[in-house]
Design a protein around this ligand. Sequence first.
Ligand code: SAM
Ligand code: SF4
Length: 333
Amino acid sequence: MTDHAPALIDRFGRQVTYVRLSVTDRCDLRCVYCMAEEMTFLPRAQVLTLEEIARLGRCFTELGVTKLRVTGGEPLVRRDVMTLFAALGPLPGLKDLTLTTNATQLPRFARQLKAAGVTRVNISLDSLRPERFRAITRKGDLAQVLAGIDAARAAGFERIKLNSVILQHRNHDEVTDLVDFALERGLDITFIEEMPLGRIGAHDRAEAFYPSERIRADLGQRFELIPTTEHTGGPARYWRLAGAATRIGFISPHSHNFCSSCNRVRVTAEGRLLLCLGQEHSVDLRRVLRANPLDDAAVKRALIKAMAIKPEGHDFDLAAKPVIFRHMNTTGG
Ligand code: SAM
Ligand code: SF4
């Protein structure tokens, strides 16, 4: 991009180069930290079509965005979602096309995703014990997810990263096992502190909170963690283990504020542009897309204008009421 090309720069001088696109709010699992057991999902007419999402991807990349992450809900349960990857993969200027998935559908789709240009895949895995895995996901089959991880490895993505949300008394005692699992397979792993998004009903979030420092202390009993300055364009901070390719990341929205270097925005399945994960500031892109079906310039103007309302940061408070009412499945992880 030349110096004069329009770019997405906010009031604090941060350039948005990374967009997370949620393609559905639906999912085949019901993870306790993400969803309530009974969820009402969006009616189809309110969800962006795959063509509209691809169009947004094109507009974003023409404004200097280099990384797109497809997420959800579970993106791979959306019908015909491969056509979206096929449309996004060849976009000029796009350096990284990535996916966040629970892996249940990867045995079916891993090869096609690689062929469409997906470079990296993040896979959620919170437990290696079948019964616990089922309890945390409310209906998941660990064997199916492990088969998905194998399929991703066989497909040959540049990098595969596991995401583990760690909750006290649910899986905090598995952090060493999860690192061993990642090490044995040459995968990266990021531990995520639970964020207070949406009412979930399953547990008290303040009670379940397990901070990154405690995870590092637990891992320190077995491994020598070496701090690094590496980053992958996301909010995680990384450590390495001597002699291993595996990176161990920590996303700590409570303990470490990562807002000052924030380079990303999110688009919900219904086309709401969210300027910050922890705030409600948003722009209705669906309206702009549908009012200007042939005019990408109008869409790009709306994206540039939206930069003026990107907030400086968030301040999650586990005890605060009301919390952010969006669930993570509508936000896109
Ligand atoms: N279904 C896919 C998956 O599970 O990977 C993609 C969407 S999911 C919403 C994206 C990520 O958000 C997952 O890694 C999940 O563990 C994480 N997540 C969901 N709810 C969360 C919460 N309340 N706090 C922190 N992470 C959360
Ligand atoms: Fe589904 Fe992902 Fe949310 Fe779990 S974290 S319920 S897999 S969207």
